[in-house]
Structures are given as C-alpha cells and as structure tokens.
Design a protein around this ligand. Structure first.
Ligand SMILES: Cc1cc2nc3c(=O)[nH]c(=O)nc-3n(C[C@H](O)[C@H](O)[C@H](O)COP(=O)(O)OP(=O)(O)OC[C@H]3O[C@@H](n4cnc5c(N)ncnc54)[C@H](O)[C@@H]3O)c2cc1C
Length: 107
C-alpha cells in the first residue's frame, strides 16, 4: 500500500487506525515509522566547509575537513550508521587526530 498517511487515530496512547489522505482507513495496533536523518551542519557549512553528495561534511578518515584546523566527528560527517556508539568512537578518533596534528605542528 502506498498512500500518504494523514493521521494516526486511537485512544489513551494506543494506536487503533491509520487514516490516509484519500480518506481510507485501516485498523492497526502498532506500526513502524521511518524518519529521514538530516545533519544539522549550518554552522560549519557557513564557514565554507566542503560537503559530500549525501549532504554530510567532507572529512578524511580522521575527521579533518577541507578547512585547515577544522575537525568534524559524528553524524555531521556520515549518514549511516547514525548511532551514539559510532559518534562517540568517531569523536575519540578525531580527538586523536587533533592531538597528533598539534604534536607535529611547528609553533
Ligand atoms: C529520533 C532519533 C532517535 C535515535 N535513536 C538512537 C538510538 O536508539 N540509539 C543510538 O545509538 N542512536 C540513536 N540516534 C542517533 C544518535 O542520536 C546520534 O547518532 C548521535 O546523537 C550523534 O551524535 P553527534 O554528537 O554526532 O550529534 P548530536 O548528538 O546531534 O550533537 C550535536 C550537537 O550540536 C548542537 N549544535 C548544532 N548546531 C549548533 C550550532 N550552530 N551552535 C551550537 N550548537 C549546535 C546540537 O544542538 C547538538 O547538541 C537517534 C537519533 C534520532 C534523531
């Protein structure tokens, strides 16, 4: 079935029916909702950071962006998988790269 949903109907937080834009309804007690993930990258985008076709920010394998000394980790730099554990790991890897780059810097 490929009809646009207009509303979910039910009582006391329990789904009973799904109503479609064409007026038809079906009885349902549960369902799955697939949301579209859109990274919130406006701040960095405004700085002129290069983007991937997917809409995320372009980085190398260590979170370095197209702008020198600007690093990105987490959902802003990849589409999937969008999960806390990956964002945390990516943050750790990027932090290591920041540390490495600072160590190599000739101040
Ligand atoms: C509805 C939903 C359900 C999810 N469920 C799960 C789940 O069950 N398990 C799981 O592992 N993952 C889940 N995720 C994914 C998980 O939340 C993300 O992968 C994770 O939070 C990414 O971490 P992050 O640090 O990259 O980004 P975020 O957690 O989004 O952190 C980015 C931060 O930057 C801030 N920010 C953005 N722009 C600006 C700005 N201009 N100035 C100042 N601050 C700014 C935001 O307010 C935010 O606090 C879910 C995501 C969503 C949307």
């Amino acid at each position: 079935m490929e009809q646009a949903v207009s509303s979910f109907l039910g009582q006391s937080g329990q789904l009973e029916k799904v109503r479609f834009k064409n007026g038809t309804e079906i009885k349902r007690r549960a369902g799955f909702v697939m949301s579209e993930m859109v990274p919130n990258i406006q701040l960095v985008e405004n700085l002129g950071c290069e983007k991937e076709q997917s809409g995320t920010l372009k980085t190398d394998d260590f979170g370095r962006t197209s702008i020198k000394d600007l690093y990105i980790a987490g959902d802003a730099s990849y589409v999937n998988p969008s999960q806390l554990i990956f964002a945390a790991a990516d943050g750790s890897r990027t932090a290591a790269a920041v540390n490495m780059d600072l160590t190599k810097e000739d101040f």
